[in-house]
Structures are given as C-alpha cells and as structure tokens.
Design a protein around this ligand. Sequence first.
Ligand SMILES: *Cc1c(COP(=O)(O)O)cnc(C)c1O
Length: 399
Amino acid sequence: MKFNPADNIQDLQYFGEFGGVNPSISDSSTYTFLSAKTMFDTFEGNADGCYLYSRHSSPSNLYLGQALAAMEGTETANVAASGMGAITPVLLQLCGAGDHIVSSRTIYGGTYAFMKNFLPKLNITTSFVDITKLDVVEAAITPNTKVLYCETVSNPLLEVADIESLAKIAKKHNLKLVVDNTFSPLSVSPAKMGADVVIHSLTKFINGSSDTVGGVVCGTQEFIDALRNVNDGASMLLGPTMDSLRAASILKNLRTLHIRMKQHSHNATYLAERFEQDGLKVVYPGLESHPSHKLYKEMINPEYGFGGMMTVDVGSLDKANELMELMQHRNLGYLAVSLGFYKTLFSAPGTSTSSEIPIEEQVEMGLTDGLIRFSIGLDNDIKRTYNMMKSCMQELGIL
Ligand SMILES: *Cc1c(COP(=O)(O)O)cnc(C)c1O
C-alpha cells in the first residue's frame, strides 16, 4: 500500500481522560513518581512512558509529536516552541566545533542567518550552494562536513530539492540529510525518500490559523532521544519547549490539514496558470515552465497538489508595494509575512523575510526587487479572486 500521510494521521486514535473525543491537556510542569527508583530510571532514560518534567516531554506534546511522526513516516518526533526552536537544536546536536554544513543558499532567512552569523561563533561553518546542482553540492563536501541541509521547496524562490539524489550523496559521504518541509506538508514525504531528519515550522500550513508559532523535528527514536537527553540533548538543554495548551490546539488544526492543502493547491494552481497566460512572470512548481516541474511532479503525493506558494515578479519594488497595498485595500489578502493562513498573504521577500541575505547574494540567486511572494488562501471562489486581483494589476499598469 502506498504511503499516505493523511491516512496515517487519521489512523491514530486518542481519547481524553474522561472519554473525551480529544486527548486531555496535561496542565502540569512536573510529574509524581510512585517510587524513587522509577524517578532514577527516568533520568537515565530507561523508563519509557514516564513523564519527568515538561521541558523534556509532556503527554500533549507527545500526542502532537506522534501525529506528526505518522505524517512524515518517521519513528518519532519532538515538537518545539517554534520552527527555529526545531532547526537550531538539530544543527547544534549534529555539529560541534570544527564541523561543516553544506546548505542550500535559498533557505528561510532565519536559518540562513543562524548558519551564516551565529554558528561561526562556535567554529561551525557553512558552504551555501545551489541545491539544484548536485555536482556543486557534492564538490562542497569536506572531510569535516556533517550535515546536508535543504528545504523541499525553498523559500522564497520555490526551488525544488531532489531529495532522493541528495540522500544518496549524504549516504555516500556519511552525512545527515536534514530537510525543512514547511512549504510542502502532505505533498512531499522527505523521510520516505531518504532524508534523515525532517523539520517543520508548524506556524505555517500545519497549524494554519496564524495564531501561534511552533516547530517539530521528525526522525529516528535514537536521534530524538539524543535531542531530549538530559545530559547533552540540545532540545532539552536549550529549552525551546512548546506549551501543552498550544500542542493541543495545533493537534486539532492538524485534523483539517489535508482538506486545506488541497484547497491551497487548487487555488494557487488556478492563479498561477491564469497570471502566466496573462504574461506575468510567475514561479509555481505546478507550472510546466518551472525548471523542476517534472522532478516535483514525481516527488509529490498528487492528491495534495503543488502547494499554496507562488511568486510573481511585477518589475520593481515600487510596483510590488503599490500592488500589495491595493490588494490589501480590496481585502484580497494581507500584506504580511508568513504563510499557510486561510487568507492570502503577500510580501516582498527582498525587503522582508529574506532581508538577512545581502543584496549581492539576493541578485545572484535571482531574488529580484519586484518579486512578490504569495501564500494563496482558501478562497471559496478563486475565479472571483482572480478577476479582482487582475483589476488591481490593470489599474496599476502591471497588466
Ligand atoms: C517560518 C519558517 C521557519 C521558521 O519557523 P518559525 O516558526 O517562524 O520559527 C523555518 N523554515 C521555513 C521554511 C519557514 O517558512
């Protein structure tokens, strides 16, 4: 049977303490033990199923982690207070002083800033490469390289990483392939293609209501145990712990992720195709014109589509700003960073989410001034939205 992430989530069954249809929220930071011996064993990591202290784990966080591990097809998972709270401990767990990372150069601005500006303080260095060029990726590997890092669909340029090929390179050189799958939940299952660790910012599509930040690391039991180890686990010791109340609310939103992803994909495909026909420069992995369209089509679980993210280049930053302000005025969406909301969100990445990347590097990677990143919402009648957006563009002389 083919791996289907949404079916895997559905097959989990939880009840609350009193037979509630949702699991009970664990409203405690610490837990009692019936015997002192069990407390000792738990500290040693030898008492599965016993809770110790909520920075380590809590029932609510474990429920959410289990559901996300089911979605990604990994042994287990550890939730975190934010996406960055998932990414940074993973890198610090896998790398020590003197180690090296090979990373895609088109990644989330915060991840880029962490590798570029923060990790060198610990003598961990990163080579940023064009992840779509496998020979360039392999050539960047040194004897000190420990991690190969990429996003399935990159932020903001929507480049696609060939995860299967990258996994082969990682295996050959004994590296861990870490994949940030935030832009493509359900659509792509990186662990099934050989990724060692899969990360999400839950803040985006997975929670989907733009009311919290959250993150998750999905991986082997051994790796997640290492992250949570009381003596040297980066997640345990740095402390980016998700609150139980939030874990419970994100788990409830996860229930509708498959329905939402289908609608995001449907709407984004409609707009990308129309705007491209109208002559705009559109980047969307579902378009034949996308350089990795064929590859991505092979990679995705087709029923969830090509995702909700697209970019449109309107020529200049001034035009981009004018258009975004007008679209917001007409209530077609919000001028805001982030993604995965019911409402369309748009921003100019060069001056916002990717502003950590120096201008020269932005130019080199094709991040142009007039680029608008869209996270397409769940609009009921996307044809109506298209007509309204087109009017905005016509009024501003973009179309
Ligand atoms: C938002 C985002 C992050 C960071 O997540 P936070 O929840 O904001 O900490 C990491 N990677 C990608 C691809 C993102 O879009």
